[in-house]
Write a protein that binds this ligand. Structure first.
Ligand SMILES: [Zn+2]
Length: 257
């Protein structure tokens, strides 16, 4: 049977979850991982801080190249002209009219990491409200081509209560996000988009920032119904899902690493 062509990409992120999905109650992720390629061993970028790590996910280069920090992301727009544009900007060059969306619990991603003025629908809200709006958006915009989600609470809980298997509140936050991912996946399924979508679930880092001692391990899953993009996960040398983007994008000189 012919494979169905991938027509859109969903990048579903959970901030600060590390690979503690192994200790948390995550039936949605467990079932999701079983249907695709998966690892608990991928490494986060260094330092394991949100702007540096999400910057590497979205811009495809190491932190010393994209230069993003939590402070800069909250106060400065990412340069319009950069040798390291985000995946959104590259996708915009490839698809001038396509619908893109970025839903983030942590607003600096939408303020300072994803460029302004390139037609990305941006929302920043607490996790549950964010997912409710995301699901409504997908229902109303099933032709969306690229959608990014960042759920914030695992990292927030880790900062407040500590990261790792000895922190019940942190594991509960991961479990709550697992349920929210289930809500998103159900919406994608009900919209009839599952078979033609590449869905990537990932985290940016484990414990980091002010509490750097737990782990820098990152988890990334790649799942595709078509099987067209089965290469897996990241390493320090290939941090970005864009490396395995299933649809051709414009290239940039010097974007390796
Ligand atoms: Zn983070």
């Amino acid at each position: 049977m012919a494979e169905k062509r991938i027509e859109r990409v969903f990048i579903l992120g959970m901030d600060g979850a590390g690979n503690f999905n192994q200790q948390a109650h995550t039936p949605v992720l467990d079932a999701f991982a079983a249907r695709g390629a998966f690892t608990n061993e991928a490494q986060a970028e260094s330092p394991t801080i949100s702007a540096q790590c999400w910057g590497s996910v979205l811009h495809g280069v190491k932190p010393e190249k994209h230069g993003l920090t939590n402070e800069s992301s909250a106060s400065e727009r990412y340069p319009d002209v950069s040798p390291y544009p985000s995946v959104f900007k590259l996708a915009r060059e490839a698809w001038p009219e396509a619908k893109f969306a970025s839903f983030t619990g942590w607003s600096p991603i939408n303020y300072g990491i994803v460029e302004e003025g390139i037609g990305v629908y941006k929302r920043s809200l607490p996790d549950q409200q964010l997912v409710d709006e995301l699901c409504a958006y997908v229902e109303n915009n099933p032709d969306v081509k690229l959608l990014f989600l960042q759920l914030d609470e695992p990292d927030g809980s880790g900062h407040r209560h500590g990261y790792g298997p000895e922190s019940p509140a942190y594991l509960d936050a991961i479990a709550s996000c697992d349920r929210l991912l289930g809500q998103v996946l159900q919406t994608i399924e009900q919209a009839g988009l599952m078979a033609s979508s590449l869905i990537i679930a990932l985290t940016d880092h484990g414990g980091g920032g002010l509490i750097p001692s737990i782990t820098a391990a990152s988890i990334r899953w790649i799942r595709t119904c078509s099987g067209a993009a089965s290469a897996l996960a990241s390493s320090r040398e290939r941090p970005s899902p864009r490396c395995r983007w299933p649809i051709p994008l414009p290239s940039r000189h010097g974007r390796s690493g």
